[in-house]
Ligand binder design. Structure first.
Ligand code: SF4
Ligand code: SF4
Length: 551
């Protein structure tokens, strides 16, 4: 049976770019040198940052979990080698903001001493939930650059998965890490795909590879056993063929709905690197500790792909390929289209670092100043998501975030095709990123204020409830302590009530007595009484005189 299929569908827009791949894919992947220390950010994925579960001074073994996932969309972090935790603090991390973030620093002891671990030779003895748990515990996230926790994408719930797609397109210029992985570890990728197929119960398996990766295609074809139902598909080399929605359309002719997921059309898509990581986790019991990263660009004398432990400082890697810090004019993590600039080369390699593109100082050209939009429409012609980039730009610039969403901002994959062709050199993608960040922030603020309002309403409800309960308690008490005479029959028959009523009556009498004020006219002698009577008589006579009209 042939593993190849030729039927493909052409997605709209896109660009033919110089790929610059041959700069870095002529050497075998080599292991990067073991660094003296590793700095592991707690957030190397989409979702909540992991929570550190070691303390400063703790010894750690290779593969030991040092931070646990926080909630459903999160992934744990493991020690990439043995050593001692020397700090848990804020360090520079690879992020477009250039901000620092919480990290665990490990001083490497050089022994590479593993924690006890074991794999499962036959993944078919495990059910889908066991596989997902192992993949989750191994800290595996999408290695194509997105960093979404992989176990979530392996949980289709009640949806049926028609097709499992592996993304081997690697369409962005310069990057060759997936290409080299497919050439050198094709067997691991195929095994990983089978594990995923078993977990998803997917009916069809497709691997999409751009047709400029001839060696990778041949390696995968060789790794496929006879009568295997996994199909290899050569797809035309056109950027961004490796975008998830574009690849799915190219391979299946099905469109992922706006605001929807591939699962909505019965498809699940993973990167080839993720498949290899899943194989290592399930069959060898190894968590995700390293990845292949492309070091390329005119600032690097020996471009190549290195297998690098997470936490290795980028500047140390650059030294290993003989790059001089003073020569590098610009350092980008990712490719030239979708990557972002690294402002501090001490930032570490993380799970989503697929490429370090270093531009030599002499090749650095200042981007031309942005000019007003001339409404040429070129941006719309190349947009693979069929958006209207020009309108998105206007509304993003005017901060009209409702309108920008009406124009499907969140369908934008930030591929950069529109910015690339814009004759006015408008940095369109930067405007879209800005708008997305603002909308997310507004959404977060709204959620916070909703939560605060809900808390306030709950408090008012609780106070009102307590007030009513208190009122009822008092009413019950008053009922129980009704005054004497009420329900006499009951009281007579109930010695407890009778005793209470007697005590109450006594208390009332005492109270009444205490209100009687002694008078100084009590217990007078006869003489005193006479004297008082005389005074009163005089007072009455005087009063009468006052009442008579004067003549
Ligand atoms: S390509 Fe640039 S100038 Fe042309 S319509 Fe789009 S934003 Fe305007
Ligand atoms: S960056 Fe967004 S708007 Fe521009 S071409 Fe790509 S998908 Fe379209």
């Amino acid at each position: 049976m042939s593993h190849e299929t030729t039927k493909t569908w052409a997605f709209p827009g896109g660009l033919h770019l110089d790929d610059h791949k041959s700069i870095s894919n002529t050497h075998h992947v080599t292991r990067a040198e073991l660094p003296r220390q590793l700095v592991l950010p707690l957030s190397q994925h989409i979702g909540n940052a992991a929570i550190a579960c070691v303390a400063v001074g703790d010894p750690v073994l290779k593969g030991q979990r040092i931070a646990k996932g926080d909630g459903y969309v999160s992934a744990p972090v493991h020690a990439p080698t043995s050593g001692t935790v020397t700090a848990i603090d804020e360090q520079p991390v690879p992020h477009p903001s250039g901000l620092h973030a919480p990290c665990i620093t490990i001083r490497v002891d050089g022994k590479e001493e593993w924690i006890e671990h074991s794999g499962c030779e036959d993944y078919r003895t495990l059910d889908a939930s066991e596989l997902r748990n192992k993949i989750r515990e191994a800290g595996i996230v999408g290695l194509g650059g997105a960093g979404f926790p992989s176990y979530i994408k392996l949980n289709p719930g009640t949806s049926a998965v028609e097709t499992l797609v592996l993304n081997g397109a690697e369409c962005e210029p310069y990057i060759t890490c997936d290409d080299m992985l497919m050439r050198e570890r094709a067997g691991e990728i195929i095994q990983g795909m089978r594990i995923m197929q078993h977990a998803l119960q997917a009916r069809h398996c497709l691997i999409g590879i751009e047709d400029n990766k001839i060696e990778a295609f041949a390696a995968l074809r060789e790794a496929l056993a006879e009568n295997d139902d996994i199909q290899l598909v050569r797809i035309p080399t056109r950027y961004p063929a490796g975008g998830e929605k574009q690849l799915i359309y190219t391979l299946t002719g099905k469109q992922v709905p706006s605001h929807g997921l591939p699962l909505d059309i019965g498809v699940v898509c993973h990167n080839v690197g993720t498949a290899a990581a899943i194989y290592r986790a399930i069959v060898h019991g190894e968590p995700l500790l390293s990845r292949i990263i492309t070091l390329t660009g005119s600032g690097i004398p020996q471009p190549r792909n290195l297998d690098v432990l997470f936490g290795t400082a980028m500047c140390e890697l650059l030294e290993q390929v003989h790059a001089k810090a003073g020569d590098i004019g610009k350092l980008i993590m990712g490719g030239p289209m979708m990557g972002f600039e690294i402002t501090d080369s001490h930032a570490p390699v993380i799970k989503t670092s697929n490429c370090l593109l270093a531009e030599h100082r002499r090749d650095l050209v200042q981007p031309p100043a942005a000019m007003p939009c001339i409404r040429c429409g070129d941006c719309a012609t190349v947009c693979p998501a069929l958006l209207l980039p020009q309108q998105l730009f206007w509304y993003a610039q005017a901060r009209e975030f409702d309108r920008v969403q009406d124009y499907h901002l969140f369908d934008c994959i930030e591929c950069g095709c529109c910015s690339y062709v814009c004759p006015s050199h408008i940095p369109l993608v930067q405007y879209y990123r800005f708008a997305k960040t603002e909308i997310w922030q507004q959404e977060r603020d709204k959620q916070k204020s909703d939560a605060a309002r809900q808390r306030h309403e709950f408090r008012l409800e609780r106070l009102e409830r307590e007030k009513q309960e208190k009122k009822q308690r008092h009413a019950r008490k008053a009922e129980a302590l009704k005054p004497a005479g009420a329900d006499k029959g009951d009281i007579k028959n109930d010695p407890k009530k009778a005793a209470i009523m007697a005590a109450l009556e006594r208390a009332q009498q005492k109270k009444q007595q205490s209100h009687i004020q002694p008078k100084n006219v009590d217990h007078l002698t006869e003489a005193q009484q006479r004297e008082i009577d005389e005074v009163n008589a005089r007072r009455a006579a005087a009063h009468k005189q006052d009442q008579e009209p004067s003549s």
